[in-house]
Design a protein around this ligand. Structure first.
Ligand code: DLL
Length: 476
């Protein structure tokens, strides 16, 4: 336990020894704690044995689990039985984790074609929870969980929560949506398992979020990065002194965000912000998370096999190369998935992390293979636009990309300015606009016209921000 009084820190260790350390007065509350943990070489794990297992042992374990899993899906899911037969393979052909490439891939369209429950491996009587996310058509992507799945996901989320330095002493304000979306309940179960005081506030009602944050002394905020930014902006508008909040960390995910947006959120709320990744099909949040090193997101490899595949051929790429992530859910029993293509683009780093965890780390998601925009023949990722904008001082963090077609494609970006930067002077704004256009051109290699808009103009969101409006489909 760590307490601080007037520049001194009292640390009560497990063996009851008390240490008094004089500390430098750091800017961030969380940095102070991190500094002390570093000095004491304290890394907190939820399940040290699993998280720090030697890599050879982990690989062997994955192989054993994959063998069992291949039998499980072949014997219990018609869809996979047919796929195995088409590929002329039998579960017995799987001898180690390296044989994974023999197995069939699963696509989001397979989930749509088997809507809502035809990929389930158990009767409905064994399903205790159903979540859903948006699908490629009007019908949602549906995911069913058995009791074992919920228990495994809770274990995964407990590890995830603790990897970012959260402990049972934290008060977690969970502003991810509760409902069909997996964010709210996923965090809820994991943080509760760790013993945190969980506030199931869900998303929205920002005024109330801030009131609760002040009154309940929330130390952790869990929500999308867009909403964290909005909460910071709202606090500023309301004249709330964020340095007086107990808030230390935010665990943000569910949408792509750049390191520059992270820096903005951290500075505005005076906290540490961590990236968390996941998708409903693979339980939900917690597939991977950044540890306190913030150097890639740890994938819990005893639960998942992650592959990086070429975005067109879906063949494995060379180690360290960028590609589409595919996951195999080694332990899922309700709706098990083999080599599920996420369309999320990232790289994998297998080097051991200094936090002691041995599982591999994925990079930030740099884009989606399926939301890649092609503008005048050039590939454009919305995340590139955000990365470019967030390097420009005076840009508020809200933007909207609009693509249209009138003979040729046009790309425009509405960019919201901060109150300090917004000016009545035409010339100042013209120059600023030109600077942003140049920056975007250098990164995207395609011309984008920029429209600067006043603070507070672009739509705010309590969930995932919609950054792209592609009007071309209507005009074709
Ligand atoms: O967004 C699960 C989640 C909830 C993750 C809360 C993290 C925190 P879906 O609604 O099914 O599930 O959306 C999954 O969101 O395939 C990615 O494209 C994107 N995504 C999720 N996390 C990140 C992230 C949840 N940290 C889809 N960075 C995924 C970039 C992310 N994209």
């Amino acid at each position: 336990m760590i307490h601080s009084y007037h520049g001194l820190v009292k640390i009560s260790l497990k063996n009851e020894k008390i240490l008094i350390v004089k500390y430098v007065n750091f800017f961030h509350k969380s940095l102070k704690e991190k500094f002390i943990k570093r000095c004491l070489k304290m890394t907190i794990y939820w399940n040290e044995k699993a998280e720090c297992m030697p890599q050879e042992e982990l690989k062997k374990l994955q192989g054993e689990k994959l063998k069992k899993f291949a039998h499980y899906v072949y014997n219990n899911v018609d869809f996979y039985h047919k796929k195995f037969d088409e590929l002329r393979i039998k579960p017995e052909d799987i001898k180690s984790v390296n044989d994974i490439t023999k197995l069939p891939l699963t696509y989001k369209t397979d989930l749509r074609d088997n809507y809502p429950f035809n990929l389930n491996a158990v009767p409905m009587g064994e399903i205790i929870r159903i979540h859903a996310s948006s699908g490629t058509t009007g019908k949602p992507t549906v995911v069913s969980y058995t009791r074992k799945d919920i228990s495994d996901w809770t274990e995964i989320m407990a590890r995830t929560v603790m990897a970012s330095g959260i402990t049972h002493e934290d008060v977690v304000q969970n502003a991810y949506g509760y409902g069909l979306f997996t964010g709210g309940l996923g965090f809820h179960y994991g943080a509760e398992k760790v013993g945190c005081s969980v506030i199931p506030i869900s998303g929205g009602n920002t005024q109330r979020q801030l009131m609760i944050m002040q009154d309940f002394k929330s130390t952790v905020l869990t929500c999308t990065p867009s909403y964290a930014l909005y909460i910071a902006e709202y606090a500023k508008k309301e004249g709330i002194d964020v340095s007086k909040l107990a808030l230390k960390k935010a665990i943000c995910g569910a949408e792509p965000w750049s390191d520059n947006l992270r820096k903005t959120i951290e500075a505005e709320l005076e906290i540490d912000a961590y990236d968390i990744y996941g998708l409903s099909e693979i339980y939900g949040p917690g597939v991977s998370i950044e540890c306190e090193e913030k150097n890639g997101m740890h994938v819990w490899e005893d639960f998942f096999i992650v592959e990086v595949l070429d975005r067109k051929t879906h063949e494995p790429v060379e180690p360290g190369e960028e590609g589409v992530l595919a996951f195999t859910t080694l332990e899922k029993t309700g709706m098990p998935l083999l080599r599920y293509i996420t369309y999320d683009i990232a790289t994998i780093n297998k080097e051991k992390c200094s936090c002691g965890r041995t599982c591999c780390r994925m990079s930030k998601v740099t884009g989606r293979a399926d939301d890649m925009l092609i503008v005048r023949g050039i590939n454009v990722f919305p995340s590139q636009v955000e990365a470019a904008l967030m390097t420009i001082p005076g840009v508020a963090g809200y933007y909207q990309i609009i693509i249209d077609r009138d003979i040729i494609d046009s790309l425009s970006v509405q960019v919201e300015l901060t109150a300090d930067t917004f000016s009545d002077e035409m010339k100042v704004l013209e120059n600023f606009k030109r600077d942003i256009e140049l920056k975007l051109y250098n990164i995207l290699q395609v011309r984008a016209s920029v429209e600067l808009v006043a603070p507070g103009t672009l739509p705010r969101t309590e969930g995932k921000a919609k950054h792209v409006i592609d009007k071309r489909t209507k005009n074709i």
